[in-house]
Design a protein around this ligand. Structure first.
Ligand code: FES
Length: 101
C-alpha cells in the first residue's frame, strides 16, 4: 500500500464528490458528514464514473443508470451482484490522501 495526495479539503464541498486520477488509477473521492471517503471511480455495471454521481448521504448514485453504492463499504444497494473497492482516506492539514494497493 502507498499513500497518495489527492486534493485539498477545500476542493470538495460537503455533499460533493469528484473524480481524480491517482497514480494511474481513477478514484472517486467524496466529502460527507465532515469526512472524506474514496472508492474506485468505475461502476461495475457498465463503467460509469461514480465521482460524477449524485450523493444522497453516504450513498452515491451512478450517473449512467442509477445503481447506488454505500461509499463507506462499496456495497451495491440495488440488490444486484456488484460492489466497488473502497480505499482508506486520511486528512493531513488541508490535504486529502488515499492509500492504494
Ligand atoms: S454504469 Fe453505473 S449504473 Fe450503469
Amino acid at each position: 500500500m502507498a499513500k497518495y495526495k489527492v486534493c485539498k479539503t477545500s476542493d470538495l464541498a460537503e455533499g460533493q464528490g469528484n473524480k481524480y486520477e491517482v497514480n494511474g488509477q481513477d478514484i472517486a473521492v467524496y466529502h460527507v458528514d465532515g469526512k472524506f471517503w474514496a472508492t474506485a471511480d468505475f461502476c461495475p455495471h457498465r463503467g460509469g464514473s461514480l465521482g460524477y454521481g449524485r450523493l444522497d448521504g453516504k450513498t452515491v448514485i451512478c450517473p449512467s443508470h442509477g445503481w447506488q453504492f454505500d461509499i463507506t463499504t462499496g456495497e451495491c444497494l440495488n440488490n444486484v451482484s456488484g460492489e466497488v473497492n473502497t480505499f482508506e482516506v486520511s486528512v493531513e492539514g488541508d490535504e486529502v490522501y488515499v492509500e492504494l494497493p
